[in-house]
Design a protein around this ligand. Structure first.
Ligand code: GTP
Ligand code: MG
Ligand code: ZN
Length: 318
């Protein structure tokens, strides 16, 4: 299909999930949402104190939101760096806001589903968030080989960190990426060790960590809600509930064309057409690189699959 008109998924409006309603009052004590408990949020104030604040009906706030509190009322400031996904029931979910970095965490075991990392890169970049890849559990046998493979594919697209939460190895690299007060979040399938990494990074933090299922080798969805934590190095990091599908919300095929990890180095000159989707267009620098072998055929296939998925968001069920 050529650059077809993409059918927009039915939406009730941008304010349904996450994208906050405009602040309804001026002033108030500034704070940061550090945890979300359904009908209330935990707000950390500049003096370090935390308070639970009830949300008004229809009011939305998520971890990372900058807010102001006046009495028992909350005003949510407009956010950028908004990370969203579509959940398995097709609903849009805002995971966190005001993110500058996204750590896509994978592990030797359990392995992430195909395309997970690519989607993470495209979703993050489309939201103006810098993605980085974290390979955890490098203490396990296959860690070295997998690390080499991931570096081959992703090293030109962003930092690839090899770490072990269990041995507290390599984790200072994560903190370094968020130095200077940046806000980052971990995403990744259940069981890859996101909470374990946070426990290793933040002294005295005692997030619940879950064993893998013995039969399936998968994670057991131990973390159920996102929480935000301060790092000693000055940055902040959000632990999220692991999810299997990382399905984009509002990401256009053209954004995948611009942001797909691995195409950066051949995009220098640009394609003949500005709206090139790198599939069959003449004068396409990605197709030229595919021809010359500079881009691997498997990477191009993964890309085409992602674009097809973005073109047909409503039919997507796996
Ligand atoms: N060998 C090894 N095991 C690890 C490492 N990090 C975490 N684990 C184990 O992996 C399992 C899952 O860890 P969690 O930290 O709960 O994983 P998670 O990504 O937070 O999972 P969810 O909260 O379900 O999304 C636990 O049994 C951990 O002990 C590591 O570096 N090496
Ligand atoms: Mg967890
Ligand atoms: Zn092209």
């Amino acid at each position: 299909m050529a650059q077809g008109r993409r059918k927009k998924p039915a939406r009730l409006g941008r304010n349904v999930e996450g994208a906050p309603l405009p602040p309804d009052f001026e002033g108030g004590r500034p704070g940061l949402v550090v945890a979300h408990h359904g009908v209330a949020v935990l707000v950390r104030f500049e003096d370090g104190n935390e308070e639970q604040i009830w949300l008004q009906p229809k009011q939305r706030a998520v971890v990372g939101d900058r807010v102001r509190v006046e009495g028992d009322r909350l005003a949510v400031d407009p956010a950028r760096g908004v990370l969203r996904r579509r959940d398995p029931r097709g609903r849009e979910r805002t995971i966190a806001t005001n993110l500058e970095g996204l750590g896509i965490v994978v592990a030797v075991e359990p392995r992430e589903p195909p395309g997970y990392i690519d989607r993470g890169f495209v979703i993050a970049r489309a939201a103006g968030i810098q993605p980085f890849l974290v390979l955890n559990k490098t203490d396990l046998d296959e860690g070295g080989a997998l690390g080499t493979r991931l570096e081959e594919i992703y090293a030109d697209s962003g930092p690839v960190l090899r770490v072990s939460a269990e041995r507290a190895e390599g984790i200072e690299g994560i903190a370094a990426l968020l130095a200077g007060g940046k806000l980052g979040a971990f995403v990744g399938p259940s069981g890859v060790g996101k909470s374990s990494l946070l426990n290793a990074l933040v002294p005295d933090l005692d997030l619940r960590v879950g064993e893998l299922n013995r039969g399936s080798g998968k994670g057991t969805h131990t973390t159920t809600t996102a929480t935000l934590h301060a790092l000693e190095s000055g940055g902040f990091l959000v632990d999220t509930a692991g999810f299997k599908d990382f399905i984009a919300v509002d990401v256009e095929p053209l954004e995948a064309a611009a942001f797909f990890p691995g195409f950066e180095s051949v995009m220098g000159e640009g394609c003949r057409f500005r709206d090139c989707l790198h599939r069959s267009e003449p004068g396409c620098c990605v197709l030229a690189a595919l021809e010359s072998g500079a881009i691997d055929e498997r990477r191009h296939r993964a890309y085409r699959q992602l674009v097809e998925e973005l073109e047909n968001p409503d039919t997507l069920r796996r």
